[in-house]
Design a protein around this ligand. Structure first.
Ligand code: VG1
Ligand code: CO
Length: 543
């Protein structure tokens, strides 16, 4: 065994996006590609010698190969101990939990989340800091700078670690601890919720279906829901993580989680339905014959979190990403909670959580989380919903309609135009940007634009400023359209159009979402020219 230095040259385009670096698997398989990025991470950190690092991923194709490369490089870089999930598995929220619990300096998470996997699918890598949360922009910027000038990395010629064996092994002077990926996370969940109440709910005949989409949450959901909480065997479907996620697209939305939607809207539907994504940080919630839009779910959790033991004393405050609907704002206002609006991506919640300004946060893209970890957490949200259902004795549909009755309904939809030509996507964004001033005061139908801006965020904790985070156009009626370019795609560009109106009148709450938003949808096309410029006549995904 020896530590060796390998000469290398920079790769173009190793800039982390919304959530780490994501590329096609064959790109990551190019010699030195992953190693360059990993060395750039290590070089961006201060004093890593003697520290503990957590490593794990969502089990997609190339996961174990990547972990072997990382382990050897960690040893060569002087890291003292690496904690790895058995077989290289750790959901994103579990990795966050493990980093915090064992006082690690941080973790490397291997995932491209909701992006498809397999030989020609996507792969991803991101670094999470000591607080368990995604590296802040200042650190990802440093990593990116390093990737542009890297000329060597260090590794070891030792043989591969055995990722399947729980226990401690060594590689050079470094200890590798293989842990069960579920245990620490399951214990944390047990400390937050009233498991006895949820057990009693299942014992009373409550039926649930959880679609793990052949991704990482299978083992977690099976252990907690079926194991600890006594849900019927078979509650968790597609429970085995597969390297290609069974050929599916583990993004839990009405299109990619269609089987679950069909079940929940079909005859004899279960009481409760849920699904998570590739790396386990997202969740969707359904009731019998009803779907809870993620923005509504965030608002409902904010309004009812006190029903679970961990949040009994009330929330410190709440936050949402800018494109997320304003439903949670209304809860914050009614309850007198402090409220923050951040750019898209979980990294912006970290400071607010660390500083004790908020205890709950979320995004429209099916991500909700709290201060228990520093990532969004799919199964946590499902368990909080279960706790609320068990405590209130109400159905999902009843909770949803009662919420709208109290707070009014924010009709909300997101239209994604995936894999469009990058130049056309840029033309849409540039067109909007150059027209912002002229838009204010313009009338469309019977509504008038009051605000037109490119969203910029000043972190209230460290004062850092993040600009160009999406075009946000607000109308007098409080209707809103937002246009952003996705930072997680790997093919061309993806444009996201987010649309929202507010309806206080309960007699109008049952209108179909796309119908309620039809007027705004055509105004948004008129203003943005997305369809005209991209040549698409409809979105790829409507959620
Ligand atoms: C998307 C979502 C964003 C989320 C991010 C990572 O980013 O819109 O809300 O934080 O994915 O989620 P973008 O830039 O493509 O819009 V995950 O579950 O992929 O880690
Ligand atoms: Co994810």
């Amino acid at each position: 065994m020896a530590i060796i230095t390998i000469e290398t040259t920079p790769f173009e385009g190793q800039k982390p996006g919304t959530s780490g670096l994501r590329k096609k698997v064959p790109v990551f398989q190019e010699p030195h590609y992953l190693a360059n990025f990993v060395q750039s991470i290590f070089d961006a950190l201060d004093g890593i010698e003697g520290e503990t690092l957590v490593v794990g991923g969502d089990g997609r194709f190339f996961n174990e190969d990547a972990i072997q490369i990382i382990l050897k490089m960690a040893a060569a870089n002087g890291i003292a101990r690496v904690i790895v999930g058995q077989n290289g598995l750790l959901s994103t929220p579990a990795a966050s939990c493990v980093i915090r619990k064992y006082g690690a300096m941080g973790g490397i998470i291997l995932s491209a989340s909701h992006n498809p996997a397999g030989k020609n699918g996507d792969f991803g890598i991101k670094y999470n800091a000591r607080n368990g949360g995604p590296a802040p922009e200042s650190l990802t910027d440093r990593i990116f700078e390093n990737t542009k000038s890297i000329d060597r990395y260090v590794t070891s010629d030792a043989s591969d670690a055995s990722l399947g064996t729980i226990g401690t092994q060594s590689l050079e002077d470094m200890a590798i601890e293989i842990i069960d990926p579920v245990t620490d996370y399951a214990e944390l969940m047990g400390s937050l919720f009233d498991f006895d109440k949820i057990k009693a709910l299942f014992a009373s005949g409550f039926i649930m279906q959880f679609d793990a989409m052949h991704a990482i949450t299978g083992p977690y959901a099976t252990a907690i829901l079926e194991g600890t909480l006594g849900a019927a065997k078979g509650t968790v479907i597609n429970a085995t993580p597969l390297p290609d996620f069974g050929g599916g697209h583990p993004d839990p939305n009405p299109v990619y989680a269609k089987t679950l939607f069909d079940t929940m809207f079909g005859e004899d539907a279960p009481d409760f339905g849920a699904a998570s994504d590739g790396d386990g940080d997202r969740n969707i919630i359904l009731g019998r014959g009803c779907y809870v839009a993620p923005s509504d779910s965030l608002a409902i959790l904010a309004a009812n979190a006190h029903l679970a033991p961990a949040y009994q004393a009330g929330l410190k405050g709440v936050a949402r990403s800018m494109p997320t609907s304003g439903a949670v704002d209304r809860v914050a206002e009614a309850k007198g909670l402090s409220f923050f609006e951040t750019p898209t991506g979980w990294k912006f919640f970290g400071n607010l959580l660390d500083d004790g300004r908020i205890s709950l946060c979320g995004e429209e893209s099916a991500g909700t989380g709290s201060d228990h970890v520093r990532e969004k957490d799919g199964l946590w949200a499902v368990l909080l919903w279960l706790n609320i259902l068990a405590e209130s004795g109400k159905s999902v549909a009843d909770i949803l309609s009662a919420h709208w009755q109290t707070y009014g309904r924010n009709f909300y939809t997101r239209h994604d135009y995936e894999a469009v030509d990058t130049a056309s996507a840029d033309a849409v964004m540039d067109g909007l940007r150059s027209n912002l001033n002229a838009l204010v005061g313009q009338q469309f139908g019977d509504d008038t634009v009051t605000i037109a801006e490119d969203f910029s965020y000043t972190d209230p904790v460290d004062g850092s400023v993040t600009s160009n985070q999406g075009i946000c156009i607000v109308f007098e009626s409080s209707a809103r359209m937002v246009v952003r370019k996705s930072g997680t795609g790997t093919e061309g560009a993806t444009l996201r159009l987010y649309l929202e109106t507010y309806e206080p009148d309960a007699s109008k709450h049952t209108v179909e979402t796309q119908d309620a938003l039809a007027g705004l949808i055509s105004v948004a096309e008129h203003i943005s020219g997305i369809r005209a410029r991209t040549g698409r006549d409809a979105p790829s995904v409507i959620s």
